[in-house]
Design a protein around this ligand. Sequence first.
Ligand SMILES: [Zn+2]
Length: 190
Amino acid sequence: MDEGLGGSGAIKISEYVVGCPYCGRYTFKVEEYVYEVPVFGRILLSVGSCSECGFKRRDVGVLEEKGPKKIVLRVRGERELRYLMVKSARAAILIPDVGLEYTPTMYSYGYITTVEGILYEFQQAALIACGGVQTQECRDVLSWIERAINGEVEFTMVVCDFDGLSKIVGEDVIEGELDETCKSLIGYSI
Ligand SMILES: [Zn+2]
């Protein structure tokens, strides 16, 4: 077993070669591991790399038999901000209250984070998108994210979990069917 892939409890379950998402050649090797994580249970970790172009991709996901779903959480303050979550590479995340939307691309990867951690991801993306020229819209969005991180505003976080591998752990997390909003997102076809 390779070192550093999930620690001592990781078990390699498969290894296969598929077409590379970047260069298209049939040289993209994927290795999959399963390991036990407190709180989440069984986690699937997949690591892929292309021997021709060097493109890499990693993903994590919970191994539950639930399938694609929409996860909704009303974040009221610090309690929900600290909820742990698995965001798989193909998941999309929406904050409808302020129109923030994250849709996956070929370069997206999966990771374990917290609800607050997702806000930091949006903050980073907004800082990059706004660049040096900060319009009023940029200032409004950045200020909102800052207040959300501080637990000063309530908002709803929606995860469109296209492959059924994402999860938010905590009370009052609602899981339901993928709806039209989720299905209309670009990520659905990836
Ligand atoms: Zn490649």
